[in-house]
Ligand binder design. Structure first.
Ligand code: CUV
Ligand code: SF4
Length: 624
């Protein structure tokens, strides 16, 4: 097996080779054995009832046993992906809201209200008057209001009102403003049950409503409440790639999505008693590093090193230097269990919602979260003397993270007159051509990391300011794109702007739920003025070149519904139906002023993004 075929990342290559040598199976080994199914891939395999399952050809004749056509089947499948993605982000948000509530009531030791400024802003946007309330009372009201919005049956979810007025009118006209977060997800599952909604545009309109309940609902709640609990990110330096694992320290990896327990583990590793225990077994200290979105969360706020993105989870254990890996929800590969058994690593599942067969389950209960955190650290220390087959790749790279939409304001506008004015002015005068969001996963079906890096290099060379989140951010960081020196790779205009303020041309905006920060950044640009009255008028584009998860589809759809055109690489789940593809790749534009596109080649994707940005500039009369 040629490791270079999978990625340009040297650390990853070395670990693919190590696992191959040691007879350990990883995602890179399994992907070679599994062929994709063309019907499933294009969206026209229906298994919604047992008159089928039915695989339907897109020839205008063929249909499932119930008569469902290719476009109906593909639309239902697509909408179910949106519902699952929205459910994942929103259930994460629910957990954070419950912890905020408990923290406010003094029932969650280790958690407290850290960011009162954010608490006030969020309270006001939820229609709560913060005046005269102490932080705990206010946080309690915020948590209760947010929790009520999950089960709300009528009306509108609150954060929708943060969007530009014109965008709200678009949604109003289409009747797609989310009423309650859970309601839209449930209705999506109902509508896609056998024999309910069978008209693809009608299905997709509710798909948009469900996606909006994620972007301006669940995901935004997760981001905002996490900022209240742990602080709103500001620029911070850190390191990334498997080289952050330390040969002489106890290494603990936190992986998954909810930063709740990881924040407590960061507290626990400062405990003198535990540090003494670590020294007693011969370690110099305890090192915590992250994988996936948990990594992004604690990187953004604490500068905790990132061991890698989604495709490096098994490889991190294969270094032989990880004493414990702690996982919660989402993007956790079942293969981890098998890999952990080949080394000395203790793998812990910690969420009440997720277990892996044969893996230690130590449940995170926020009433006694700190005890759980300490127990994990203690058990990690006990594993240190059992290390064998250790080989830590040398690769590590510097990065700067912490670009919340509030930070972007300060960075460009200055402490005293923080605003988006300078960004807007630089877009108007053409120094910055436009803004691209590069987000989403990594996928072993494409040369991982490469697509992100190639695409982003091309974008910044053409003066496009790039905002990154999720595994895309981690991959770009590994390539050295998230340091100020990367401005040397940028076009002269973008380079000038970056050098003036000392920022990288690629800004790390956080985890996947933090894509909600990008919605807010887009809204700030509109509200600042001079670049149109709606998000759909701004020279903006989104993309996920290496996507794989249902969450990515939910994110893509809420961007599109919010007026941002979005490109996806790899394969696209509507291509099995020409009619549905025509709608998502074009027709949607008439509804929301934005659409999807599918482009597996990163250079071609960059060209499409730049052409899209240029068209928006032209429409605004600012083409230079
Ligand atoms: Ni939530 S969703 S692989 S960790 S970005 Fe990474 Fe990000 Fe995709 Fe998962
Ligand atoms: Fe086949 Fe229709 Fe049942 Fe789907 S819902 S499996 S197309 S019969």
């Amino acid at each position: 097996m040629k490791a270079e075929a999978f990625t340009s990342c040297k650390a990853t290559q070395a670990m693919i080779e190590k696992t191959t040598r040691e007879g350990v199976t990883t995602v890179f080994h399994r992907v070679q054995e599994k062929k994709t199914c063309p019907f499933g891939s294009g969206g026209t395999c229906c298994r919604l009832c047992y008159m089928g399952p039915c695989r339907v050809k897109d020839d205008g004749q063929d249909a499932g046993v119930c008569g469902a056509t290719a476009e109906t089947i593909a639309a239902r499948n697509f909408c179910r992906m949106i519902a699952a993605g929205a459910a994942a982000h929103s259930d994460h948000a629910r957990e954070v809201a419950l912890v905020l509530l408990a923290a406010a009531r003094g029932e969650a030791p280790g958690f407290e209200i850290k960011d009162e400024e954010k608490l006030w802003a969020v309270a006001q946007d939820l229609g709560i008057d913060p005046v005269g309330k102490n932080k705990n009372r206010l946080a309690e009201e915020v948590a209760l209001k947010v929790l009520a919005e999950f089960g709300q049956q009528e009306g509108e979810i609150s954060f929708i009102r943060r969007a530009p007025q014109k965008r709200q009118e678009v949604w109003q006209k289409l009747g797609i403003i989310p009423r309650g977060i859970d309601r839209e997800i449930v209705e999506m599952l109902h509508r896609t049950h056998m024999g309910v909604d069978q008209e693809y545009v009608h299905l997709l309109l509710h798909g948009m409503r469900t996606a909006l309940a994620d972007g301006w609902g669940g995901s935004m709640i997760a981001t905002e409440l996490q900022d209240i609990l742990f602080g709103t990110p500001v620029p911070i330096r850190a390191k990334v790639n498997l080289g952050v694992l330390k040969p002489d320290h106890v290494n603990i990896i936190v992986h998954g999505h909810e930063p709740l327990l990881p924040e407590l583990i960061l507290l626990a590793v400062k405990d003198e008693e535990l540090l003494a225990q670590a020294r007693a077994v011969g370690a110099k200290g305890i090192n915590v590093a992250g994988i996936c979105c948990t990594a992004n969360e604690i990187l953004m706020r604490k500068g905790v090193p990132v061991a890698g993105s989604v495709l490096q989870q098994e490889l991190a254990i294969a270094t032989g230097a990880v004493e414990a890996m702690v996982v919660d929800v989402q993007c956790i590969m079942q293969g981890l269990g098998q890999v952990a058994r080949c080394y000395h690593t203790e793998l812990f599942t910690t969420s009440s919602r997720a277990r892996l067969p044969g893996v230690t389950h130590l449940e995170f209960d926020h009433h006694r979260g700190l005890e759980v955190a300490k127990e994990i650290v203690r058990r990690a220390i006990a594993r240190f003397p059992q290390r064998r087959k250790v080989e830590i790749p040398a690769e590590e790279m510097d990065l700067i993270a912490g670009f919340s939409h509030e930070t972007i304001k300060y960075i460009l506008g200055g402490r005293f007159r923080a605003s988006y004015r300078p960004l807007n002015d630089n877009i108007i005068n053409g120094r910055i051509r436009g803004v691209a969001a590069v987000v989403g996963c990594s996928n072993p079906r494409v040369r991982f990391g490469d697509l992100h890096a190639t695409l982003v290099r091309e974008l910044i060379a053409n003066d496009v300011l790039v905002l990154v989140t999720g595994c895309a951010a981690i991959n770009c960081a590994k390539e050295g794109l998230l340091i100020p020196e990367a401005a040397e790779m940028a076009g002269s205009g973008l380079r000038e702007v970056c050098e003036a303020v000392g920022m990288p041309p690629v800004l790390h905006c956080g985890s996947c739920v933090d894509n909600s920060r990008l919605l807010m950044a887009a809204t700030e640009i509109v509200k600042e003025g001079g670049l149109g009255e709606d998000i759909s008028e701004v020279p903006l584009c989104g993309c996920a070149p290496e996507w794989m998860s249902e969450k990515a589809i939910a994110i893509g759809q809420y961007f599109v519904a919010s007026g941002v055109t979005v490109g996806f690489g790899v394969a696209f789940p509507t291509t099995g139906s020409a009619k549905l593809s025509e709608f998502v790749f074009g027709g949607m534009n008439e509804y929301v002023g934005a659409h999807w596109f599918h482009e597996p080649d990163p250079v071609a994707m960059a060209r499409t993004i730049i052409a899209h940005i240029d068209a928006k500039r032209k429409a605004l009369g600012i083409d230079v």
